[in-house]
Design a binder for this molecule. Sequence first.
Ligand code: LMR
Length: 396
Amino acid sequence: IFSQVTLAPADPILGLTDAFKADARPHKVNLGVGIYKDEAGQTPILSSVKKAEAILLETEKTKNYLGIEGVQAYNQVVQDLLFGPQSNIIANKRAVTAQAPGGTGSLRVASEFLVRNTRSTTIWVSNPTWANHKNIFETAGLTVKEYRYYKAETHDMDFDAMLADLANANAGDVILLHGCCHNPTGIDLSIEQWKQVANICVEKSLLPLFDFAYQGFGAGIEEDAQGLRAVASVVPELLIANSFSKNFGLYNERIGAVTIVAENQDDAVRSFSQIKKNIRANYSNPPAHGGLIVSTILSDKALRQEWEAELTLMRERIADMRSLFVESLKAEGVKQDFSFISRQNGMFSFSGLNKSQVARLKDEFAIYIVGSGRISVAGLTKNNMPAVCKAIAQVI
Ligand code: LMR
């Protein structure tokens, strides 16, 4: 039976990490996967997380199963972060949240819920989008279509094209939206554009699905939720898959959540029952540790402040790296204008480097970036910057 199995291609992002690990060159630099590095090139555990873990070590009394929906206090703090604690959506019990394994697990649970329980069978994703989106949605049984999002010539948003493509969507189609820090382009909608997209969703009965993996990496925790909140204030129904891999540095704890906002509490309750049925069939109930860490931090004033300060430091360091990147490329004699890098948000920069330039960076200089030209700016440091910029100057 197994002799018939074909070899799957390496994952475009995580496969790159495997190749990086196997590379023996000591000067190698991994700017592929989106992982935050500090100035020393490390990805340390946040101090707020360590403190929460110390509290859990002392206070946890059992490793009994969680409910299918996960840690209840966690699901509540997730809603507060998404909508703001004063939100009517929360007060009217229109939102239901289940803890899920990371952003990927949350997107998968959301997709399977749609396929099994609704008439929504088509999802529109931005072109370009995160390399794993199509894989998740198609595996769950959704048909994937693309809307234009990015204008390569100007390294900017192509909002008119996005609107033109969304005009072709049918009632009930799902529209995947990146809540902030669009992956891979780093280009986000303005608040006015969010409102326009929200109106189109209402007019055409489209269902927004937010992938919200970088809250706090753009402009701030509240600021980065403005697009989601603008949409949620007008559309009757939406889904959100959020992740704490990046903003809590909890990558390997696989901690995220899937949230449904329904038109009323009844719809929410029935939808949640199906989400739980789906989770039970997938992994029964989620692992506890990540959810307990996040809920411990967010329900303790001092720990929350500490986390917010740590998040601010991460965001500011990435912004510094963006400016330094632009300056250093110039200093290396690169004539091409890379100032757009400073205008992008979040961990990534969509550099415009082509496939052969990306391949040369890897083969000749041991610098790993994603094949689409996406560079993880969060992996740049003052130490690796000169080598990276020299190599880019060579390949262009
Ligand atoms: C990325 O885009 O690099 C991250 O979201 C990590 C991943 O799982 O791909």
